[in-house]
Design a protein around this ligand. Structure first.
Ligand SMILES: NC(=O)c1ccc[n+]([C@@H]2O[C@H](COP(=O)([O-])OP(=O)(O)OC[C@H]3O[C@@H](n4cnc5c(N)ncnc54)[C@H](OP(=O)(O)O)[C@@H]3O)[C@@H](O)[C@H]2O)c1
Length: 304
């Protein structure tokens, strides 16, 4: 049995879909307070990563924990660290107490315990804890993820429909990223379950293209059938822009702006080398933007 934390997130939803359709038995750690949104077809247990006992209870009959619960909303650096760092510490503690030995997490390219950016710092600390946990861990250290419910294309599509004519791009649109489709990431996670070469490893992965933010915006707007003129905002004005746009539909949070602050890429063939399949090019996997464009260009988050 696999316990999945963060099952309502962008990655969590795709993984639940993937693992249940290929016959794995899963149990979902449903964040307390959102139980009314839980689906009926899978095993659900309420809990919170701040509450170790709820995690120990949730780990009964579990042999693998897939830890995806995290926070990247603008609620202050301390709170982000509490959920991402403290939550991971509690997961490790609970896994030891419940005698669960396998732990899989999704980390971030660019995350470092000494990063200047609160979200990347919290994820770097979480990664260090997992590495030194003594558990049979895998950290899939991922590039930025896109697909149903993601923040990146949701923001780009939101700006495209919410702002007249122009598309402001932070950091001049020059930051280089390597977007990976959430369905491909879910496939990598599934393969980690039984691929011994991923045991006790940090595995960097990314999509098949290294793209600047401007190129990503171009591809996304193409899929959303929107024309906007790019305005390249210099780094020195990027945070002012974020504050100015804070109340617009699809605006980026400061933490998300941070995640766009520097190049975060890895080896282009990483997924193929490690998992034996070719991940999709971004242009081919943006149907989540096209489908609901008339009514709701932003992918629906059912938990927020
Ligand atoms: N998305 C990316 O581009 C990307 C790239 C690399 C790595 N990652 C990492 O991959 C993991 C999953 O990312 P994601 O994009 O799927 O995140 P997400 O969409 O923000 O979802 C986060 C999940 O965590 C849950 N959660 C938050 N606080 C919790 C708490 N105190 N107790 C229990 N559950 C809690 C949320 O539930 P509620 O909404 O009900 O609170 C939600 O299900 C994260 O660790 C993230 O850092 C993401």
């Amino acid at each position: 049995m696999i316990l999945i934390t963060g099952p309502t997130g962008c990655i969590g939803k795709a993984v639940v879909e993937r693992l249940t359709s290929s016959g794995h038995s899963v149990k979902l750690l449903w964040h307390w307070g959102h139980e009314h949104l839980a689906p009926r077809r899978v095993s659900i247990v309420g809990g919170d990563v701040h509450n170790v006992q709820s995690l120990v209870d949730a780990m009964e009959d579990v042999d693998t924990v897939l830890h995806l619960a995290s926070l990247r909303r603008d609620v202050g650096a301390e709170r982000v660290e509490e959920v991402n760092g403290g939550g991971t510490r509690n997961i490790i503690d609970a896994a030891r107490r419940a005698k669960v030995s396998r732990l899989i997490t999704v980390g971030c390219l660019g995350a470092e315990a000494r990063s200047a950016y609160p979200y990347l710092r919290s994820m770097g600390k979480a990664e260090e804890m997992v590495r030194s946990s003594g558990l049979n861990f895998t950290v899939l250290k991922s590039a930025v993820v896109y697909g149903e419910g993601d923040w990146l294309t949701a923001w780009l599509a939101g700006i495209a429909t919410g702002m007249p004519l122009i598309m402001p791009l932070p950091h001049r649109g020059e930051t280089r990223l390597q977007p990976i489709w959430v369905g491909d990431l879910a496939a990598c996670i599934e393969r980690c379950l039984n691929t011994r070469s991923t045991f006790r490893q940090v595995v960097p992965i990314g999509g098949p293209q290294s793209l600047t933010l401007a190129e990503i915006a171009q591809i996304t707007l193409g899929a959303a059938k929107s024309n906007r003129r790019f305005v390249r905002i210099p780094t020195s004005m990027t945070h002012q822009l974020a504050r100015f746009l804070a109340h617009c539909r699809g605006a980026l949070t400061e933490l998300e702006i941070d995640a766009l602050s520097y190049n975060r890429t890895t080896e282009i063939g990483s997924v193929h080398r490690m998992f034996g399949f070719a991940p999709a090019k971004m242009r081919t996997k943006l149907s989540h933007l096209r489908m609901d464009r008339e009514q709701a260009p932003l992918p629906v988050r059912f938990s927020r």
